[in-house]
Design a protein around this ligand. Structure first.
Ligand code: CTP
Length: 399
């Protein structure tokens, strides 16, 4: 569930720092993007190189990068994060957070954060029990911070009691369960089509189109991030994606796609048909490679089945159906016709006249028109951002 989540891992000075390396590894293995911020004291316990190697990102220890002389922008770092996790949180940093003290990059990021903050304290038994620490914890919880309780056991001081940082596996489990609770599409099934279809002419040639599949893949990943179990049916593309909640089916022709879609559609709550399905296919497919014997050569084409129209006819109440319209002229009018004819909840219109929109590019510019003809036009954005806008519309309908 932490797939694609941006996590800032703050590390304070404590012997529990050695567990932070394992924690970083677990977060990365769970698919999260991790950036580590260390206090100066933390760097005495564990080398930043270990953490930068494991996190695959530079480690931040200063406001300024001493080698490049650049400013480590604490506000940007805080806004990048979906979650901030401070593990271990020392008694000192706990007190700084509680009073709003801001004397290093970690405390500055904490104060700038808008996302959930998780604190995994680690300290000696008596420090943990001290009324000052108790008051700080209470105050931080009242601000909405989430405390991952320390464990009981042998401490570095030789004392036995509460204060040991929770084990990395426990912290990961805690984070995952908090993450799931917030997922608005948990328990929902989604179907996404992506990419082009290839219609065979003979064993080596086909009729295809320039669709890259990027838009559909970005939508599948965003739906998964929101908690849905996703079935992605993709035409030929070189794209890869990961995630335990996306099942991918590779197809070639419009007919292959129709077969797979119709199997899965009945159990799906959300269907987004972003594939550029061929509208026509050769009536006959030559068994052998066609030779260039003739001066002119004609291929007779017949219509493929309009998959989306078929879904529109059978869709049940509560099933959300989204279509795409890629137009070159009379864009709005054509999109409105498709919206109605295919019985869609909304249609995503993109025009080839908009620079940076459509096939192959990493960006897209869309207008969403829903069945009540409410219309929203968005700026040119990365396809990942466009996927977020499309999924926000889905969420608004589901609520
Ligand atoms: N679509 C489909 N099956 C087809 C053709 C299209 O399911 N055989 C879906 C696409 O995935 C898209 C929507 O229908 O979501 C619109 O496709 P488009 O080709 O733009 O529209 P058409 O209805 O085919 O009309 P035209 O090609 O004439 O513009």
């Amino acid at each position: 569930m932490l797939e694609g989540k941006n996590i800032i891992l703050g590390i304070c000075g404590s012997i529990a720092c050695y567990k932070s390396a394992i924690l970083t590894r677990l977060l990365i293995k769970a698919g999260a993007n991790v950036k580590v911020i260390m206090t100066k004291d933390a760097t005495h316990f564990i080398g930043p190189l270990t953490l930068s190697t494991l996190s695959k990102n530079p480690v931040y220890t200063e406001y300024f990068n001493p080698t490049t002389g650049e400013w480590n922008n604490h506000v940007d770092l805080a806004l990048w994060a979906h979650y901030i996790l401070i593990a271990p949180t020392s008694a000192n940093t706990l007190a700084k957070f509680a009073t709003g003290l801001c004397d290093n990059i970690l405390t500055a990021v904490y104060l700038s954060a808008k996302c959930p903050v998780f604190l995994a304290p680690a300290m000696d038994l008596d420090m943990w029990k001290h009324p000052a620490t108790r008051a700080n914890i209470q105050k931080l919880q009242s601000y909405g911070n989430i405390v991952i309780q320390p464990g009981n056991g042998e401490l570095a001081s030789g004392l036995v009691g509460e204060g040991r940082m929770a084990e990395p596996e426990e912290i990961l489990h805690f984070l995952k369960s908090q993450d799931e609770r917030k997922l608005p599409l948990l328990g929902k099934k989604a179907l996404v089509t992506a990419g082009p279809t290839y219609e065979a002419i003979d064993p080596v040639r086909f009729i295809g189109n320039h669709s890259s599949g990027k838009m559909g893949f970005a939508i599948a990943e965003e739906l998964q991030r929101l908690g849905a179990k996703v079935h992605l049916i993709s035409g030929p593309t070189s794209l890869n994606l990961s995630g335990e909640n996306i099942t991918r089916y590779d197809v070639v022709s419009a007919e292959d796609m129709r077969r797979e879609v119709e199997k899965i559609f009945p159990v799906c709550d959300i269907t987004v048909m972003s594939a550029a399905v061929a509208d026509y296919k050769p009536k006959l497919v030559a068994e052998n490679k066609i030779k260039k014997d003739e001066q002119e050569f004609n291929i007779k084409l017949v219509k493929t089945t309009d998959i989306l129209s078929g879904l529109g006819r059978t869709k049940r109440d509560g099933q959300i159906l989204v279509g795409f319209a890629l137009e070159t002229n009379n864009e709005r009018e054509n999109a409105l016709k498709k919206l109605e004819k295919k019985n869609l909840d909304f249609i995503v219109l993109n025009s080839l006249n908009d620079k940076g929109a459509g096939f192959q590019s990493d960006t897209n510019k869309i207008t969403i028109i829903d069945k009540h003809q409410t219309e929203e036009t968005f700026d040119l954005k990365s396809k990942e951002e466009v996927a977020k806008d499309i999924c926000s519309k889905i969420l608004a309908i589901i609520k």
